[in-house]
Design a binder for this molecule. Sequence first.
Ligand code: KG4
Ligand code: ZN
Length: 351
Amino acid sequence: MTGATPVFPSQIWQAERLPYNSSVKIILGLETSCDETAVAILRGDELLASEIASQIAEHEKFGGVVPELASRHHLVYAPQLLERATRAAKIDMANVDAFAATSGPGLASSLMIGASIAKGLAIGFGKPYLAINHLEGHLLSPFLNGDFQIKPNISLIVSGGHTISIQVGGLGDYRLIGRTVDDAAGEAFDKVAKMLGLGYPGGPEIEKHARNGDATRFDLPRSMLDSENFSFSGLKTAVRYLLPKLQGDFLADLCASFQQAIVDVLVRKIIAAAKRYDVDLVTVSGGVSCNEELRRRLRDACDRERFEFKSAEPWLCTDNAAMIAFVASLRLDAGFESRVTEEIDPNLALA
Ligand code: KG4
Ligand code: ZN
């Protein structure tokens, strides 16, 4: 085993111990699709615990996620998080009504850890198991704070692995509108940050430097503006070619110009989709939606075009288990359950 010290930048909801109400279901969710190990416990619409052990420090020195290392960490941290989460939620494992885990998409060896633990608990306690799509977790996370009703909307999922726009009719009713044909938006942030010698993950680093920068200084490409799909590799290449020509103090301006180019494309395409598909609501989720500039520009554009706008709280935008427990609770209510023989699927699609 690696002797790493776990990092727990988690948020914990300390619930009052309430009388056990059997009509309100308690769901335990596990998320281990990539480099965050996470456990959350949801009772009805109340999030009792949400624990995350980040491995960022471990993978940072390799400049990206090392799958073998990630799964070994999940194996070490998941039992610790289960212990912390049940303690924070003030429940016994035997009170849990259903166990859920991310079953894809993600790294196969990482997915297997969370899914195997959830299946084992479900079998051991004789409770249902639910295999949850990680992307559905992101997709519905804007509804976790507040009303749990999934209203029709146009949704943008922008993460390290995905950039997709989806037409949502309701729970399980998803239609793919557009996707990236090359890099995901978060991947572009990470790769450009690496070129600039900034840390991993790159998104928050670029955002930090962009705050003091002039976004108009460098004219970077906005690709495929007339398509429903996305492309960010041209933008990344433009930065690569520009870099050797730059001298002096350019970091903040380059970060701001790069961030602006990504935000311009995302805002333009999602507003165009919302108009085309005639919805009232626009939602955004995934790690890149932590970005303040993206959130501000999307909110402004939605105000201007008279769309309601919902985003998840920033801590719910990056990978977490609360979104997995949330989708599991909606699916359980709707009568879904998975077989414990259901396999993980590293390429699981949403629509
Ligand atoms: O959703 P997420 O935690 O993991 C995936 O499912 O991929 O997203 C991680 C991605 C990383 O690429 C990271 O650089 C990006 O989200 N990210 C950001 C910000 N915070 C995280 N990108 C831009 N601005 C941010 N503030
Ligand atoms: Zn994710």
